[in-house]
Design a protein around this ligand. Sequence first.
Ligand SMILES: [Zn+2]
Length: 77
Amino acid sequence: MSPEGDGAPRARREEAPETCLVPGCGEEALRHLALAEARRAFSSLPEKGRRAPLCRAHYKAWKKATKAERELSRLGR
Ligand SMILES: [Zn+2]
């Protein structure tokens, strides 16, 4: 399971637009992470559902916040 797309575009679904799960944000969500993954960077996320939609800015922030951790786990594979 890979939560990061690294530029690979996924089929865009034109359904109800989701908004970023980060409290107080409200931007349109462009990326989806597993909620558990997202909470590693944003501990204030509500525990609602299993997936965390994030806007572009918060996705970038998440990537930055989890970069070191993910590089460590990459070594283990
Ligand atoms: Zn956001």
